[in-house]
Design a protein around this ligand. Structure first.
Ligand code: COA
Length: 159
């Protein structure tokens, strides 16, 4: 069964990063895998401090990935920020039947867009934003419909 489990400061244990790391494969490049581990540990600490909320996508015993979201502003515009998007290395680049042939990354981004639209109705919100980890990833997100903010490395999706 497909499950998107929400972790906040109220239900996340201090072992959240250990639990996630024990259920996923990281990149097979050493440097990149260390970077991913660092981001996962950091984002789980932020969950405990109420600075981000993490949505873990699971199917049966498989952890497919997660997205971590927080509130921020771009200029004067309230935004929902993607703090980190992570897909289990075993499922990267693969459309999955259980996700209606979407990749886990696309599924999680679409979930964030839907959530942002709900928040927009409740409290006002202009953009979904993210800061790609590096230049190559900018193109990956642009292919998903994100646009460049003028003179910034941030990308945005207008709601
Ligand atoms: C980014 C991510 C969610 C994309 O997942 P995906 O949509 O299933 O796609 P893939 O992993 O196949 O990556 C798509 C392309 O981006 C590239 N890519 C992925 N992660 C990358 C990274 N950290 N740096 C540079 N390129 C990266 C892949 O090599 C691939 O390139 P290709 O199309 O030329 O083969 C996934 O690669 C991931 O979880 N990476 C580790 C965590 C991460 O870097 N998160 C992004 C933070 S901004």
């Amino acid at each position: 069964m497909l499950e998107l489990k929400k972790y906040t400061s109220k239900n996340a244990s201090y072992r959240l990063s250990v639990d996630i790391l024990s259920h996923v494969e990281l990149s097979d490049h050493l440097e990149q895998s260390q970077r991913e581990r660092g981001f996962i540990e950091d984002v789980c600490k932020r969950v405990q401090k109420s600075s981000t909320v993490l949505y873990l996508l699971k199917h049966a015993d498989d952890t497919l990935g997660f997205i971590a979201l927080s509130v921020s502003s771009i200029g004067d515009f309230p935004s929902l920020q993607i703090d980190y998007l992570f897909v289990n290395h075993a499922f990267r680049g693969k459309p999955l039947k259980i996700l209606d042939n979407l990749k886990a990354s696309t599924y999680l981004i679409e979930f964030a867009i839907e959530l942002a639209k709900e928040i927009q109705e409740l409290a006002g919100l202009r953009y979904l934003v993210l800061l790609p980890d590096n230049h190559k990833l900018q193109d990956v997100y642009k292919n998903m419909g994100f646009l460049h903010l003028p003179k910034q490395e941030w990308l945005y999706f207008k709601l």
